[in-house]
Design a binder for this molecule. Structure first.
Ligand code: C2E
Ligand code: CA
Ligand code: CA
Ligand code: CA
Length: 278
């Protein structure tokens, strides 16, 4: 038994070390990527229902490592959050996204607004509102051009800092969107207390919309709540016309997903916008 225990402990330590090694490896490569401009943003259109008008794009981080190939955000964002790199990373994203929108405006490419994901942790490290404010001025954008997407956990944080930041952003006129709505917490009271302008129905509720009556009921309830509170409701992960139609009938305002367009590099996004206008 003693021997088995020792083997078990050794196995545990080995696995832990491997996980740690991998985390460290990703962290080191990510620091390098950030410093060497090896990261880029892709942009995914958000479209109004039923008009099918482009209302904005969401910036999504992409990382292609020389040795490892494409590394998905779901793998490196958590590492960035654990290592404290997330503040710098998200600041870089916000800067690039605003610069891109300003460039499009100068080139006459009609992209009405830019949405950027911000990790809840960044609100503890930085004055996000001050950063947003200076970025908007520097790039000649107005506050309404920018929406920050945050997950529910930032709304419920015990620390008041994130909430104060969101209040400031809202007072400036920057959009505040609750990402992955419905997946986090059961309490909805924060929607009343906090300056939320948009909620994003999580794609897990959209996926089986055509098959599952319960998912339809949940989606419909979320859309109802959002609309009753005067918020824009965005459905993410829309992959079929059937899903689009159901969401439209439920009164959903905006949809985003592969059915309309994938996240794409800036030149491809411009081609997409131009082709639609023609
Ligand atoms: P998210 O903010 O919920 O973004 C939506 C994800 O769904 C994106 O994955 C997008 O590419 C994907 N998606 C879009 N349309 C469809 C569809 O029709 N079907 C399906 N199955 N998926 C669709 P992605 O780009 O891999 O990003 C994953 C997550 O990583 C994001 O989830 C977000 O939480 C995080 N993330 C991405 N970029 C950033 C960033 O710049 N900063 C921070 N803090 N997080 C980011
Ligand atoms: Ca509409
Ligand atoms: Ca998002
Ligand atoms: Ca989401």
């Amino acid at each position: 038994a003693k021997r088995a225990g020792r083997d078990c402990a050794r196995y545990f330590l080995n696995t832990m070390n491997q996980a740690l090694d991998q985390r460290l490896e990703i962290e080191t490569a990510l620091r390098h990527a950030l410093a060497c401009n090896a990261l880029q943003l892709h942009y995914q259109p958000k479209l109004s229902l039923p008009e099918n008008q482009l209302v904005g794009v969401e910036a999504l981080l992409r990382w292609k490592d020389e040795q490892r190939g494409w590394i998905p955000p779901d793998r490196f964002i958590p590492v960035a959050e654990e290592s404290g790199l997330i503040g710098a990373l998200d600041a870089w994203v916000m800067e690039q996204a605003c610069a891109q929108l300003a460039r499009w405006r100068a080139e006459g490419v009609d992209v009405p607004s830019m949405s950027v994901n911000v990790s809840p942790l960044r609100f503890h490290q930085d004055d996000v509102a001050a950063h947003a404010s200076s970025l908007l001025v520097r790039h000649g954008l107005s506050a309404g051009d920018l929406t920050l997407e945050v997950t529910e956990r930032v709304m419920l944080d015990d620390d008041s800092r994130p909430r104060e930041q969101l209040q400031k952003l809202h007072a400036m006129g920057v959009g505040v969107s609750v990402d992955d709505f419905g997946t986090g917490y059961s309490s909805l009271s924060y929607l009343k207390r906090l300056p939320v302008t948009e909620i994003k129905l999580d794609k897990s509720f959209v996926r089986d919309l055509e098959l599952d009556q319960d998912d339809r009921a949940l989606a419909s309830a979320v859309i109802g709540i959002g609309r009753a509170l005067g918020m824009t409701v965005v459905a993410e992960g829309v992959e079929t016309d059937g899903q689009r139609q159901l969401l439209q009938h439920m009164g959903c305002d905006v949809a985003q997903g592969y059915f309309f367009a994938r996240p794409q590099a800036a030149p491809d996004l411009v081609a997409w916008v131009t082709a639609r206008r023609a």
